[in-house]
Design a binder for this molecule. Structure first.
Ligand code: PLP
Length: 366
């Protein structure tokens, strides 16, 4: 049985450290906004190569508060990828803004810079590129277009902890970047968690208020904030796991390389873009096939768990579908992607011979 996730086995390597952290935090008796969070925030900002980090309750809050701290307000239009997890869109809606979708590049699956410009209107305030599947979006042209039109760039980095392009890491491209520490992400907590990174001191200070009832001084509430804080236990666990992240991402890269080698002759399969194997975080290894559903059930029948990211993109979700009645015509690239993508197992819970086994099964099926 080759599982898609196995967090229990991944945690074996750090179980003693996690247990010690649990006892340390419990013994100290401070569980919210304490020294573990402060230390994690410094360490994670360093890891991303930026100045500040603010720990929040989850990735959705990281996006929403990041957008609010950047100044997104009701009536603003925010450009988002058509092909992403729905949280990217929902965070714009949560600010009272309107998500304006742009189709992906058919090779990278990330937002297409060529199609960006035509989505810009006088109400556009920001672009939220998503580093989907762990691959950095095409940031040079995205940033150029943003600069030309005076738009903000807020990264959705929920799938790209440790990914880079050149010497810039995800979390250091935009005015702010939102991370999720949902357990299945490359850096996952033992529960929900998230963070915003930024190099901008004003954005940082606004975030400190927004996540804590609009307050940095007790019983003094400057803005209508929320309660969304990364707690001490999760921060302590994340500090430990962060020290292993580069090694774990290295294992993912080796596995991606193995898949690409073994499956390269497979005509019926579109493999992921392999131009930046050693820069991608390989959160997911996504192949495409016209016979996706058959391939999926064949693998399932042979004990290999696979998933689809995502079977229904946001324009097809009831939450948004009224605005996009003819989504298939308007978003043909996304429509094809969602019908054909299949995520194969990848991650530090697997060994290279597991990857070989999956490849053998795929080659036999085809
Ligand atoms: C996981 C994810 C989120 C949301 O993170 P949560 O911690 O689950 O709220 C947002 N965007 C993308 C692209 C994600 O993959």
């Amino acid at each position: 049985m080759i599982g898609f996730y196995n967090l229990a086995s991944q945690h074996e390597a750090v179980a003693d450290e996690l247990t010690a952290a649990f006892h340390r935090v419990m013994g100290r008796g401070q569980f919210v906004l304490g020294e573990e969070l402060a230390a994690f925030e410094t360490e994670f900002a360093d890891f991303c190569g930026t100045k500040f980090c603010v720990g929040v309750g989850n990735g959705f809050d990281a996006l929403t508060l990041g957008l609010k701290a950047a100044g997104i307000s009701p009536g603003d239009e925010v450009i988002v990828p058509a092909n992403t997890f729905v949280a990217t869109w929902l965070s714009v809606s949560a600010c009272g803004g309107t998500p304006v979708p742009v189709e992906p590049d058919p090779v990278t699956y990330n937002i297409s810079p060529e199609k960006l410009a035509s989505a810009i209107t006088p109400r556009t305030r920001a672009i939220v590129p998503v580093h989907l599947y762990g691959k950095i979006a095409d940031m040079a042209p995205v940033s150029d277009i943003a600069e030309q039109h005076g738009l903000l760039v807020i990264e959705d980095a929920a799938q790209s902890h440790g990914a880079c392009s050149g010497d810039v890491r995800s979390g250091a491209f935009g005015l702010a970047a939102a991370f999720s520490f949902y357990p299945g992400k490359n850096l996952g907590a033992l529960g929900d968690g998230g963070a915003v990174t930024t190099a901008d001191k004003d954005v940082y200070e606004r975030l400190l208020r927004l996540r804590n009832y609009g307050s940095v001084e007790k019983y003094q509430h400057e803005v209508a904030g929320v309660n969304s804080r990364l707690d001490e236990l999760q921060a302590a666990f994340l500090r430990i796991k962060l020290r292993h992240l580069d090694v774990w991402n290295g294992q993912r890269r080796a596995q991606a390389r193995r898949y690409l080698e073994q499956l390269s002759g497979c005509e019926h399969l579109q493999l992921p873009d392999s131009r930046h194997i050693d820069e991608d975080a390989w959160h997911l290894f996504v192949v495409r096939s016209r016979a996706r559903d058959q391939l999926m059930s064949w693998l399932n029948g042979h004990g290999v768990q696979t998933m689809v990211h995502y079977p229904k993109a946001p324009p097809w979700q009831p939450a948004y579908s009224q605005q996009f009645p003819s989504a298939a015509q308007r978003f043909p690239v996304t429509a094809r992607i969602q019908d054909e993508v299949l995520s194969l197992p990848i991650g530090p819970h697997l060994a290279l011979n597991d990857i070989d086994e999956v490849c053998d099964l795929i080659l036999r099926a085809i």
